[in-house]
Design a protein around this ligand. Sequence first.
Ligand SMILES: [Zn+2]
Ligand SMILES: [Zn+2]
Length: 172
Amino acid sequence: MSSKTCRGCDKDKDLSEFYRHLQMSDGRLNYCKDCKKAEMKNNRSLKRERYAEYERRRNQTEKRKAHLYANLKRWRRENPQKMAVQLARRRARKLDAEGDLTVEEFEALCEKYGNACLRCGDRDALLTPDHVVPLSLGGSNLTENIQPLCLSCNSWKNVKVIDYRPDAVLSG
Ligand SMILES: [Zn+2]
Ligand SMILES: [Zn+2]
């Protein structure tokens, strides 16, 4: 008489085979202990699986990120001039400056001035786009405000307004 049918395994079992549960009319769960244990075990392995999947995906994206970052670093190392142009573009955008100097425009400009720094004349140095009127003083990032300077001349000039171009495009 003190037995009932388990909803899980459909077996008739003694009430002692069911965990106590105060809210049930007979004070016992409708699933037997064995079924309940199996369920909990199942949940645990399900959780483990989900966690393993989560870990796997996270590792994948981290690997991917590291890979992309390594590529970016290599690109910067191999294309320092393009990198310098990109930096100028980024700064210009940040300062809301007019113009969007492209790598092609800057390369053409370097070509025009003999691929040498306009201040020191160095032909072997990496050329960077210097803003005749500095971006921070409201200068634009248009070709007409750009002169190719080597890194050290560029940082020496800093925020001064000096036009080294023989054909000084900018007047006043
Ligand atoms: Zn059962
Ligand atoms: Zn120089």
